[in-house]
Design a protein around this ligand. Structure first.
Ligand SMILES: [Zn+2]
Length: 231
């Protein structure tokens, strides 16, 4: 990979850090390997590059003018500089382990926060890591501010109609508790979220150049006076 990147013409580039080369590095886990995935300079993965591109474009175009409090779960290092540049948002970085540089240690399944007080929630590739994702989704719904609050959420999804639950954190799949199918959207809707799939304005050439595949991301909102199920 190193020799290819030195000798062959540039084909891909990382929007997060500016690295350019022939191909991204393979991402190697215990049970699987993904080719053309990881930026050798900043370790970004395809979803990070897509979200970086979205966040940067949204900031540049002025669309992203949120004010208030944002919860950023499992904060991605390569996006932090963008987050910190949003003047109207108090960005609270959250994780359940202290390994990342975070502001609060919290369990997404039991958020120690008042209801209806969070203006923006960023939650990507987190729900597959917790045993009770439905409890976590209910908590996200509970704390989100009605009407104006937004949750942007994604999980690794597979081409199957129904989510497959493992019943344990599978060490050969990065500790995932389940493999989500198309019914992920139903899980969001069950918690009374209004769900919309996001459209990303990336051309095929941009996707190829950034090494981005097809990742589904959902934008969820909550109606006013909606306390959610079971409350
Ligand atoms: Zn990079």
């Amino acid at each position: 990979m190193i020799i290819m990147n030195r000798l062959l013409p540039t084909k891909v580039s990382c929007p997060c850090c500016g690295w350019e080369g022939r191909v991204f590095a393979d991402y190697i886990e215990i049970g699987y390997q993904v080719g053309n995935a990881e930026c050798p300079r900043c370790n970004s993965h395809p979803r990070h590059r897509m979200l970086f591109h979205w966040l940067k474009s949204a900031l540049a175009s002025g669309v992203f003018q949120k004010k208030g409090i944002a919860l950023v779960f499992a904060p991605e290092k390569c996006l932090l500089s963008l987050w910190m540049g949003i003047p109207g948002l108090k960005v609270v970085r959250v994780d359940r382990e202290a390994a990342r540089d975070v502001d609060l240690l919290m369990d997404i399944q039991h958020l120690p926060l008042a209801s209806d007080c969070i203006d923006f929630i960023w939650c990507h590739h987190v729900l597959e890591h917790v045993p009770y994702d439905k409890a976590a989704i209910r908590e996200l719904h509970r704390v989100l501010r009605p009407r104006t609050g937004e949750l942007m959420v994604s999980v690794p999804m597979f081409p199957r109609p129904v989510t497959r639950e493992y019943g344990f954190a599978d060490p050969t799949e990065s500790g995932h508790w389940r493999a989500y199918g198309d019914d992920f959207v139903d899980r969001l809707a069950e918690a009374r979220f209004h769900v919309k799939q996001m459209a990303f304005s990336l051309t095929k050439a941009e996707r190829d150049s950034y090494g981005i595949g097809e990742e589904q991301v959902f934008l969820c909102t909550k109606a006013s006076n909606d306390q959610g199920p079971g409350v």
